[in-house]
Design a binder for this molecule. Structure first.
Ligand code: OAK
Length: 838
């Protein structure tokens, strides 16, 4: 590749090259990093080298804040949120850090001066896809908001060597490719080997009496694994705060290797090292499904134990007593993946630090809060007691003791209610015995929350009903939010510029201020500009689809988008039934007046989830037929965008007209894609599920396309005996749609391919697609009509943005701080790092 000419002449100098923000300093620093970190000069440098040089230049500018923040927290012993999550779906870091540091434009200019293109450099970054979907992305948004709100926080998780797989599509089907995101190095992390800790696994326990005659337990593990922390900086938006995401990587401990080396079993030692490192090798690619694998449980105890030991180290370092643990830290459990925290904290406090049961329990219960993220029964984690005991013998003993004391309390409150005892027990004894992780989390926490109003109500009435009756005071609702920095400022610069021009730029950290747009909703010239921005964004996505899918897409068509994990409960196949219906209608009546539509799908299916994979195949099968039918040209197009990830999400949301949020009511805990779409001016078609309910309340029923059964109606229909066959027989269009799939219209004549999918719909239909079909199709007709009235549609789009302020993750975090964490903000003053040693 030809080097950019102007790079050859730049001189390398050292001055304030690590902190300075003038274009000249940035350019010098960039070249310095290219030479001294990448070890390249422009003629040899690849685009990736330039990306790395720029990333280090930006990281240097974060470090001053990072060090000042750490120093302030240490000095002040600040109360800190420890956010424990098996997933952090961070997405690319370069652009986001540029936005939060407020240096996007200046850096863009600096690299342009050097003959480079910032967009192209950002494309070089391998995104850290350390999550599956909603839960992992929420954790990432929350880190951004905690830093922005100056809330001391540490994210704790796993540094998976392979994140979520890359999705390829071959012959219309999903193919998984491993995600080697660390292959070319990760400039956004600092290893901290000096803070490595050991984690024990397996083996057995022994009771003994200590010198003061107390009963104690010692755990003799079978295996010890070393956890090495890697720190990522988390910069707040235009604050000096830079918090930390600390991810643990598994290694074999040297001391352990030595013993085996000495015994001469070299290959055995290497084998052990490999098996230790397996622990942080790969993210389990399931969303809302628990597989119950031993390695997954090992991952959970691994990162939980590392994180708790790290907190205890920090506590000691700050000269605080164990009894002050819950003043220093509040631990938020992101679903039950880290729920073993309850037993591990007890073990550390008792077995390693000599505390009594009562003292340890008091600290544990005061320190832990639990967020539930799902109503799906198959996602509720439970571990076979045998497996649990083999891997964590000491934890199982502790859990038995917690359970014993807990059930005593229940017995005292509800005498003679053995059913209730059975339902509440931490151990499921209805067949094979299991440890119920949600129960452990509920008993060990002072706070239990759902992630949207409806979700929390359903937890109270159904999934966690017995716990609600026991501990009503623990329950609270925290509606999810998303960060406007990534999902508006970074991803939608055109809309951002227009908002800034109209209402100033303070909305970015006070999203309520979007309200001021309402005054503009009727203004024809504002509407015109708004429409042009959406068109430009759609043009960009059309170009991307042309490149990726080889399709010519009309940017004037209605972009009807459903991007999210592929799951039956999310009902992508209901969307497909509507497309097929529209296709049949257009074939039968070519003069039918409907606006041209482009149906856009994206999302990954869990590799072992066959029906979800069939759903992808169905979308692609329908796409193949419709996109090749000359009669459909300029009328319908269907696109499946491969490998939906954070980077692709950022391209899609700004270009959407219609956001599909069509899960069966009572199944989607919240949804957060729904928020990202609406904040980018898409109008929602959706059921009364998850946060859709609150979104509709905010944007107004007239600016939201509602259809479908409500959660109570869903329960009633199921209770009365739902028969999908009745709907199939009773609706000719539905019958025609399903029949056409069954006879192979969308599988090149092969009637077998989609049989399992259709059989399941006709005989069982657990997510009531057939019951909601008619209302959905009717609602889509109203969407089509509304889209034809551009003024009306644009007004809806503007009002959606104007009224979405509630769904900033800043608001969610403020709610957690006020009701759960009680963590005051700690503003950071930048310190000269040379002085910090004193
Ligand atoms: C994944 C694995 C186990 C349990 C839950 C999940 C998960 O991703 N849940 C999702 O969490 C999001 C954030 O709270 C919600 O918006 C989604 O509705 C929910 O499915």
């Amino acid at each position: 590749m030809q080097p950019a000419a102007n790079l050859n002449h730049a001189a390398v100098q050292v001055e304030d090259d690590r902190t300075g923000l003038t274009p000249e300093t940035l350019k010098r620093a960039f070249l310095d990093n290219l030479f001294y970190i990448q070890g390249k000069f422009p003629r040899l440098a690849t685009q990736h080298d330039y990306y790395m040089a720029l990333a280090y230049t930006v990281r240097d500018r974060l470090l001053q804040r990072w060090i000042s923040t750490a120093a302030a927290y240490t000095e002040q012993g600040s109360r800190t949120v420890a956010y424990l999550s098996a997933e952090f779906l961070m997405g690319p870091q370069l652009g986001h850090n540029l936005v939060n540091l407020g240096i996007y434009d200046i850096v863009q200019q600096a690299v342009a001066d050097l003959g480079l293109n910032l967009d192209e450099l950002m494309e070089q970054e391998a995104e850290p896809g350390l999550g599956n979907g909603g839960l992992g992305r929420l954790a990432a948004c929350y880190l951004d908001s905690m830093a922005t709100l100056e809330v001391p926080s540490l994210g704790y998780g796993i540094r998976y060597e392979f994140g979520i797989f890359r999705q390829d599509i071959r012959n219309g089907q999903q193919v998984e490719v491993t995600d080697k995101w660390l292959r070319l190095g990760n400039p956004w992390e600092l290893p901290r080997p000096e803070w490595a800790v050991d984690v024990k696994l397996g083996g057995h326990t022994e009771a003994y009496t200590d010198r003061s005659g107390r009963y104690r337990v010692r755990w003799i593990p079978y295996q010890v694994i070393k956890g090495v922390p890697y720190d990522m900086p988390i910069a707040g938006y235009r604050t000096n705060t830079c918090n930390t995401l600390r991810l643990w990587s598994a290694q074999a401990p040297e001391a352990f290797d030595f013993e085996i080396f000495n015994s001469g079993d070299y290959l055995g030692a290497v084998q052990d090292k490999l098996s230790s490192e397996n622990l942080s090798k790969v993210l389990y690619p399931n969303d809302n499904i628990s597989q119950g694998k031993r390695l997954r449980l090992a991952q959970q105890i691994f990162f939980v134990s590392c994180s708790l030991q790290d907190m205890l180290r920090i506590l000691a370092r700050q000269g605080l007593a164990l009894s002050q643990f819950s003043q220093k830290f509040v631990i938020q459990l992101n679903d039950t993946h880290p729920a073993v925290t309850v037993a591990e904290l007890m073990r550390l406090l008792m077995d390693e630090h000599g505390l009594s049961w009562d003292a340890a329990w008091d600290i544990t219960q005061r320190s832990i809060a639990y967020t539930n993220h799902t109503l799906m029964p198959e996602a509720l984690e439970k571990w076979p007691v045998d497996m649990f005991g083999q891997l964590l013998p000491r934890h199982l003993e502790i859990i038995y003791e917690i359970n014993h004391r807990f059930l005593e309390q229940v017995r005292a409150r509800f005498p003679d209610d053995s059913d209730r005892l059975r339902r509440l027990s931490l151990i499921d004894e209805s067949g094979e015995r299991y440890v119920r992780m949600a129960h452990l989390a509920c008993v060990g926490s002072f706070s239990i929350n759902g992630v949207a109003a409806l979700h929390t109500e359903l937890l109270k009435q159904d999934v966690l009903k017995d716990f609600y009756e026991l501990y009503p005071e623990k329950f609270n609702s925290k509606t999810n939010g998303v960060t406007p920095r990534r999902f508006m400022v970074l991803s939608n610069p055109r809309q951002t510029e227009m908002l800034n021009r109209t209402i100033g730029d303070t909305w970015v950290s006070r999203l309520d201020e979007l309200k001021r747009l309402e005054a503009k909703a009727e203004d024809p010239s504002f509407q015109h500009d708004w429409h042009m921005i959406k068109q430009a964004n759609k043009g960009d996505l059309a170009n991307y689809m042309a490149k990726q899918n080889g399709l010519v897409i009309n940017p004037e068509s209605l972009f009807d988008v459903q991007v999210k994990r592929i799951h039956e409960y999310k009902r992508q196949h209901l969307n497909v039934l509507h497309i097929i219906t529209l296709y049949h209608r257009l074939k039968a009546s070519p003069n039918l007046e409907v606006p041209p539509r482009t149906f856009i799908f994206g999302g990954k299916a869990a590799p072992g989830y066959h029906v979800a994979k069939l759903m992808i195949r169905l979308v692609n099968g329908v796409a193949e037929v419709i996109n090749h039918d000359p009669a459909m040209r300029d009328r319908l197009k269907v696109v499946f965008l491969r490998n939906f990830n954070v980077r692709l999400a950022q391209r899609i949301y700004p270009a959407a007209d219609l956001s599909e949020q069509i899960s069966m009511a009572g199944k989607e805990a919240s949804g957060t894609g729904n928020m990202k779409f609406a904040l980018n001016g898409a109008v929602t078609i959706g059921t009364l599920d998850g946060a859709n309910v609150e979104i509709r309340d905010e944007v107004g029923a007239e600016n939201f396309f509602l259809f479908g059964l409500t959660a109570p109606e869903v329960y009633a229909l199921k209770a009365q005996g739902y028969n999908p066959w009745d709907y199939y027989q009773g609706d000719p269009e539905l019958k025609q749609a399903l029949d056409s799939i069954l006879v192979g219209t969308f599988s090149r004549g092969d009637g077998e391919v989609f049989k399992p999918l259709i059989d399941s719909l006709l005989n069982w239909d657990p997510y009531l697609l057939l019951a909601d079909y008619q209302d959905y199709v009717a609602c889509q007709e109203r969407v089509g009509q509304a889209f034809c009235d551009r003024t009306h549609w644009t007004r809806m789009s503007i009002l959606n943005v104007a009224r979405m302020g509630l769904f900033s993750s800043d608001r969610s975090i403020q709610d957690y701080c006020r009701d759960v964490w009680r963590t005051p903000a700690v503003p950071i003053e930048l310190t000269d790092h040379a002085q910090l040693g004193e």
